[in-house]
Design a protein. Structure first.
Length: 363
């Protein structure tokens, strides 16, 4: 089975009753404001929900329909796809949807119209592709080191597949790198193969801003929707200890996201924020057409030179969108009303239906 073609999706979309579109997603990640925003824009909503995980959707009353599944990954099963199509569903992807359905199945088997660009999801998941998107238009990212012997300043060492940064470490010289690797090997945290694949990059000692954009394919405009910063365990717990205790407990930090808080940037940084958003959208149009249609996020650190340095991107709705379910400082400036990312997506779909341009926003 090959990759799903846009033509196949358009044929399904042609059979849909455009007056009865349902906005659907997997019940997880950023689904609350997606469903709530879709309702605010007048759509029917459906949540595909793992049994036993439906409490938030029922308690907040965001979904008209519930499709219950045994496991999250079942969302890509054929019978669930049929149910979704029978409801004229457009599925909104998010981080959990991608993780559970899996990139291969989304690209090859999930024959339900989705919002955005199906092909770009792989580009954020693979570090080399992600880097290509960033370097295409010279976006500032942490300097990469090809070999530990080159380490000449504080670096962060990341291991492939180390979700939540478990086992990431900081080193400032080749000797310190070797010493830390030896101690990790002794604890069986890494093996020789992991060490060969370690990604070494400049440690940016700055403040975290995750900048949420929406690219409207209908208006060809990049909108700044909101900014969040992350709460990560155990690092945010460790830094609350007095330095003396930190040394004594010898904890190795991890970066598991447990929550997010809304932030604003100093105003003089906003030109850089818009600039990197525009550059990424341009790069995506060139490298993975039609580009970054819909929500995306640039995870940045801002150093004391006031450089906005991008260490990761999300090419779909990012968890930090949950900080502005009723609008952010920035989405208020643009819309003058409580505009969440979910509502913005629904509005784009609504306008596309009115203009007969659904093909521009669907994949
Ligand atoms: P994961 O995708 O496994 O969560 P990330 O690459 O997002 O890993 O990094 C996890 C955390 O590590 C970030 O949220 C940030 O706090 C920190 N971090 C990542 N890269 C750097 C860097 N170059 N310099 C300083 N801190 C970093």
């Amino acid at each position: 089975m090959g990759k799903i073609k846009k033509q196949d999706i358009l044929e399904i979309l042609n059979k849909y009753d455009k007056d009865e579109i349902t906005i659907a997603t997997l019940g997880s990640h950023t689904s609350l404001h997606m469903l709530n925003g879709a309702k605010e824009e007048g759509f029917n909503t459906a949540v595909v929900c793992q049994k036993g995980r439906d409490t938030p959707y029922r308690r907040f009353g965001v979904a008209d329909e519930y499709i219950m599944i045994d496991e999250y990954k079942d969302i890509a099963n054929e019978d669930i796809q049929e149910k979704l199509k029978n409801m004229n569903s457009i599925v909104i992807p998010h981080g959990s949807f991608v993780a559970y359905a899996g990139l291969d199945r989304i690209e090859d088997e999930f024959l339900v119209p989705m919002f955005g660009n199906r092909d770009i999801l792989r580009w954020e998941a693979e570090r080399t592709l992600e880097r290509q998107l960033l370097v295409e238009n010279d976006i500032r990212l942490p300097i990469k080191y090809n070999d530990p012997s080159e380490i000449d300043r504080a670096v962060m060492v990341k291991f492939p597949g180390a979700r939540g940064g478990r086992g990431f470490f900081v080193a400032s010289s080749p000797e310190e790198f070797d010493k830390k690797i030896e101690s990790m090997k002794a604890r069986n945290w890494v093996d020789e193969e992991d060490v060969g694949m370690a990604h070494i990059e400049e440690y940016v000692s700055g403040c975290n801003y995750c900048i949420h954009f929406f690219y409207s394919a209908l208006n060809d405009e990049v909108e700044l929707m909101g900014i969040d910063s992350r709460y990560e365990s155990s690092i945010d717990g460790i830094v609350r200890m007095p330095a003396q205790d930190q040394l004594e407990v010898d904890l190795s930090p991890s970066y598991v996201i447990t929550g997010n808080h809304p932030v604003v940037m100093r105003e003089s940084l906003l030109p850089q924020a818009f600039d990197i958003g525009d550059k990424l959208v341009d790069a995506a149009k060139k490298l993975v057409a039609p580009g970054l249609n819909g929500p995306f996020c640039m995870q940045t650190l801002v150093n004391d030179n006031l450089e906005v340095i991008v260490f990761e991107i999300s090419a779909r709705s990012d968890g930090g969108n949950n900080t502005f379910m009723n609008g952010s400082a920035y989405s208020y400036l643009k819309y003058g009303e409580g505009m969440s990312m979910g509502r913005r997506i629904a509005r784009e779909i609504k306008i596309a239906i009115e203009k007969g341009e659904l093909d521009k926003v669907i994949t």
